[in-house]
Design a protein around this ligand. Sequence first.
Ligand code: FPP
Length: 252
Amino acid sequence: MESVLPEHIPRHVAIIMDGNGRWATQRHLPRGEGHRQGTENLRRIIRAATEFGIQILTLYAFSTENWGRPRREVRLLMRIVEMVIDRELDELDGEGVQIRHIGELDGIAPALQRKVKTACERTKNNTRLIVNVAFNYGGRDEIVHAVRRIVADGVPAEAVTEELISSYLYTSGLPDPDLIIRTSGEMRISNFLIWQGSYSEYYATETYWPDFDRASLLEAMHDYSRRKRRFGKTPEQAAAEPIVDEDDDEEA
Ligand code: FPP
């Protein structure tokens, strides 16, 4: 890939796909058209992520707060998720994409729940790229569920560690995101991966999600490659411990 060194390729990229509505409004189109274009863009970005050697892509599709949108829009967003599964599953599966769901399926229409489960089940052995679909997801809600399960499992207080909490999150077993991208110029985290994103690098762009293309992702990765990640350490300590993933041996 256009000169991002392998050690600077983020292993896990998470995206807040924002600005579909404004994209449409700017063009005097209904908001739904923005969501449709945003959905089209998913395919491009998933393909680019594979090409660039990203291993995990987490996409914020529907938040626990999105239930507060007008009912018509909520219905449309649900239909879009269903449509993406119907239309794209074969191709994503063929391309080696493993689909995972993060969030709560409770509260989702049973037919859609089944489709989400089928998509995850069918692709679970794929290894080229993990795509976490954050659907009916909220970071606080995720932590509440984790704590409830920890308590229900009878874990003693002294056994509660950061690692243990991480292992009870929807992203259990996955590395935290290296890079969190938000499109459309907003500068907030909106309850997305609030635990996992503690040391993520953040990248915000004015570009609306439907226009965030391969080149935009590459630009975000270039920006990331110039960051000095220190994880709370001094520059000298951080320099002594390069964060190179030993598995990476190709230049993307
Ligand atoms: C934000 O734009 C976008 C969303 C709330 C939905 C994004 C969902 C998709 C693109 C489909 C995802 C489907 C899968 C299966 C991953 P907005 O409506 O908040 O835009 P605005 O801030 O301009 O109003």
